[in-house]
Design a protein around this ligand. Structure first.
Ligand code: NAD
Length: 436
């Protein structure tokens, strides 16, 4: 049993705190957001993440997990041997990662720590941040107390955060001090995963390179999809055929409206920024971003091809979250598509199983519907933006009957073109043969 403090109670921090507690450790989770902490203290979750609430409640009940807004209590109360930093690192000016929350966390850790600590950074941060964090902590200490900084990038996915945390493909640890990294490795031994120990900067780069590669795979298949449309090939079959090759793999080869979310967009841009600042020319990464931007516009182009003028047209968006099983709408393709459609003068409606409250705050002009059938009623077109499972099982004949025009743009290729045409839809997927 180790004593751990986790700073940040977002998707990563809360999952880390709850799962480390579930592995038998005592964990205090600190967040500056009082509302979040108040909810968590009552055993309620401020975010939607499958399975997490149960783990939080179970471990609170067993007195292994607590929540506080106080750094003193979180770090010195236990007292913690490890402090994980899991605060946000959003996109800043010119794509550079905004490190203000990491800075605040490092300052407070330095100010309050009254015993030696291993500081583990889980936030995605530019290469070199580990050293910077160490400087900040040192500069804020009232008296010199030893501490060690270990980079431990997180690879979990929203929507399956608990599963991913408990079943990682690998655990990456980077530090100038091997002993400190090995102590962090001990925490993860129960997960029986591959543990890679490297230096700080390399660990930080592994996270960016991994996200950039995944985004590249998606942009790659989207480019192939667009070529497929021009040449009459079906990208779904192409991806399947490619995926059998072990060197390629099938994952992340789904053509569609592109990648979004709280990580890929900001991380690819941050990597580009780091590269440019250091005199490199990241031309592949720049193309990856451009292809992704065009992919969202393509939906609107497809609609205009069929409906011509979108003014006054009622367009329904099936899905708002950036991917299924999450309520996260940060950088979701739906936001941009809704914006483009509104600019064209369309009336935009939307339905999402869990992301509507979040989306309503940033898309006040979009009419939220109670279910996919209300969305379809009187609509001139529907656009599948998120591949929620429930959309795959809709009563499509009923949907068709309800719509004013039976137009479906399937931005996630969840339906089969043949079947949709048989049902009488004017259907367009992404990259599924000539203009299909
Ligand atoms: P989030 O926005 O959901 O949560 C961040 C939390 O940190 C918020 O609750 C905020 O109130 C809190 N916070 C901010 N400043 C603080 C401070 N000074 N002290 C205490 N709490 C503070 O963010 P997230 O999605 O959990 O991401 C956290 C980090 O993990 C980011 O660097 C992100 O890139 C990385 N990451 C995220 C994911 C993901 O899927 N969300 C996956 C891997 C890595």
């Amino acid at each position: 049993m180790k004593r751990i403090c986790v700073i940040g109670a977002g998707y990563v921090g809360l999952t880390t705190a709850a799962c480390l507690a579930d592995l038998g450790n005592r964990v205090a989770c600190v967040d500056i957001n009082e509302e979040k902490i108040a909810m968590l203290q009552e055993g309620r979750l401020p975010i939607f993440e499958p399975g997490l609430e149960e783990i939080v409640r179970r471990n609170m009940k067993a007195s292994r997990l607590s929540f506080t807004t106080s750094y003193e209590e979180g770090i010195n109360g236990l007292p913690a041997e490890f402090v994980f930093i899991a605060v946000g690192t959003p996109e800043g000016v010119d794509g550079e990662a905004d490190l203000r929350y990491v800075r605040m966390a490092a300052e407070r850790i330095g100010e309050v720590m009254d015993h030696p600590l291993i500081i583990v950074n889980k936030s995605t941060v530019p290469v070199g941040t580990g050293d910077w964090v160490a400087d900040i902590v040192r500069s804020r200490q009232r008296q010199p107390i030893p501490f060690w900084v270990v980079s431990n990038p997180e690879f979990l996915r929203e929507g399956s955060a608990v599963y991913d945390f408990m079943n990682p493909d690998r655990i990456v640890l980077g530090s100038l001090d091997r002993e400190a990294a090995e102590k962090v490795a001990q925490l993860y031994l129960p997960l029986r995963s591959t543990i890679m120990i490297t230096d700080l900067r390399t660990a930080e780069m592994i996270k960016y390179a991994s996200n950039a590669f995944l985004a590249t795979k998606i942009s790659f298949i989207n480019e192939i999809a667009n070529i497929c449309e021009a040449l009459g090939a079906d990208v779904k079959e192409v991806a399947a055929g490619m995926g059998y090759d072990k060197r390629i793999g099938r994952a992340f080869l789904d053509a569609g409206v592109g990648w979004g979310g709280s990580c890929f967009p900001k991380d690819v841009k941050a990597l580009i920024h780091m590269a440019v600042v250091h005199g490199c020319h990241p031309q592949l990464l720049q193309a990856v971003v451009e292809i992704n931007r065009d992919q969202r516009r393509r939906v609107v182009w497809k609609l205009k091809e069929i409906l011509e003028d979108l003014r006054g047209m009622v367009i329904g968006l099936l899905g708002l979250a950036f991917k299924p099983n999450t309520d996260d709408i940060r950088e979701a393709p739906a936001l941009e598509i809704a914006g483009l459609l509104l600019r064209e003068g369309a009336v935009v409606r939307a339905y999402d199983p869990v992301a509507m409250p979040n989306a309503a705050r940033v898309l006040p002009q979009v009419i939220m519907c109670a279910d996919p059938y209300e969305l379809a009623e009187g609509a001139d077109a529907l656009v599948v933006v998120t591949d929620w499972n429930e959309f795959k099982h809709l009563d499509l004949p009923r949907i068709k009957q309800l719509m004013r025009r039976p137009v479906i743009i399937d931005g996630r290729n969840i339906y089969e073109p043949e079947m949709m045409r048989e049902l009488g839809f004017i259907y367009r997927g992404i990259g599924r043969g000539y203009n299909r």
